[in-house]
Design a protein around this ligand. Structure first.
Ligand SMILES: [Zn+2]
Ligand SMILES: [Zn+2]
Length: 302
């Protein structure tokens, strides 16, 4: 399985258009890498690809990665998308791709709740009608299931894991099962277990078990501390209010996962996150715990 990081930032990217914080200024000045909004592309043959979340930056992400570009006058090597939640930075790319995919359309997959929230919005509703299909994945069940036998040429199997989190702000931030999911992706021989969990507000038993089983886990790296938005004067909200468990701190992800075997890669980094500065104490702490920070263009083979 080939895993390509298309984007590694939380909503807004780095730099964010209306932000002049230290991280955004460093990215504008070329002292730090620019980051588009988070998404992965995965493939088993480099010919057909599945997007894990579909960010509003998807057109630029396709132009930055030749294997995702069309090979005919019209067409796309992108088969479909798996969506973790209905936040606009994770589904907004669908509106960008409204000219259509292959003749057969895209296969979009999400929880039933995410499907209902997203398709209530006029920009996303067309993806639930032909030529597209919007399939509902049940947490705990393995896909492909009946009627869904074409997951990247039937070469991958996917387990959906409901994780603690909320619906998006535009839906009232309701805490409801299925509002946010993670995906555990294996090749059909049962190997190469990738976990994609870019959003969670806590690590419960189900998510913890999936992290234990993973070879590589992409994890929510949005915020390093619960109060960093308040401290920087950016927004009067805490990380946990926004549905994100912070990376640092006594009850943060690094401490909770100490000793886990999986390769841990933080993604979905907000521009407020001090981990983005390689000279910061938080960056050093991440590296000391042998975790990694994703970057646009990062590629792994599992
Ligand atoms: Zn997001
Ligand atoms: Zn900023």
């Amino acid at each position: 399985m080939i895993v390509r990081v298309l984007g590694s930032a939380a909503g807004g990217g780095v730099p964010q258009w209306n932000c002049a914080c230290a991280n955004c200024r460093a990215a504008r000045a070329g002292r730090a890498p620019r980051r588009t909004q988070s998404s992965l592309a995965i493939s088993t043959d480099r010919k057909r690809w599945l997007l894990l979340n579909c960010s509003p930056d998807v057109a630029a992400q396709i132009e930055a990665f030749a294997p995702l570009q069309p090979r005919r006058t019209r067409g796309t090597p992108v088969d479909g998308m798996l969506l973790t939640d209905a936040n606009v930075d994770h589904i907004g790319g669908l509106a960008v791709l409204r000219q259509g995919g292959n003749a057969g359309g895209f296969r979009v997959r999400s929880s039933a709740l995410v499907r209902s929230i997203a398709t209530a919005q006029p920009a996303f509703a067309p993806f639930a009608a032909p030529p597209h299909r919007w399939l509902e994945l049940m947490p705990g069940e393995l896909a492909p299931s009946e009627g869904d036998d074409d997951l990247v040429g039937n070469s991958l199997s996917i387990r959906t894991i409901a994780v603690p989190g909320t619906t998006p702000g535009y839906d009232g931030r309701r805490r409801e099962r299925g509002a946010v999911v993670a995906y555990e992706i294996s090749t059909r021989d049962g190997r190469s277990r990738l976990l994609f969990a870019p959003v969670f507000s806590a690590i419960d038993d189900a998510l913890g078990g999936a992290i234990e089983r993973a070879a590589v886990a992409f994890l929510d790296g949005t915020f390093y501390t619960d109060g960093e938005l308040l401290a920087a004067g950016l927004l009067r909200k805490r990380a946990r209010d926004l549905g994100h468990q912070p990376v640092g701190g006594l009850d943060g992800t690094l401490t909770q996962l100490r000793g886990v075997n999986a390769r841990l890669i933080f993604t979905h980094l907000n521009n407020s996150n001090p981990m983005l500065d390689p000279d910061s104490a938080s960056h050093a702490r991440v590296r000391a715990d042998r975790a990694e920070i994703a970057y646009d263009g990062m590629e792994l083979t599992l």
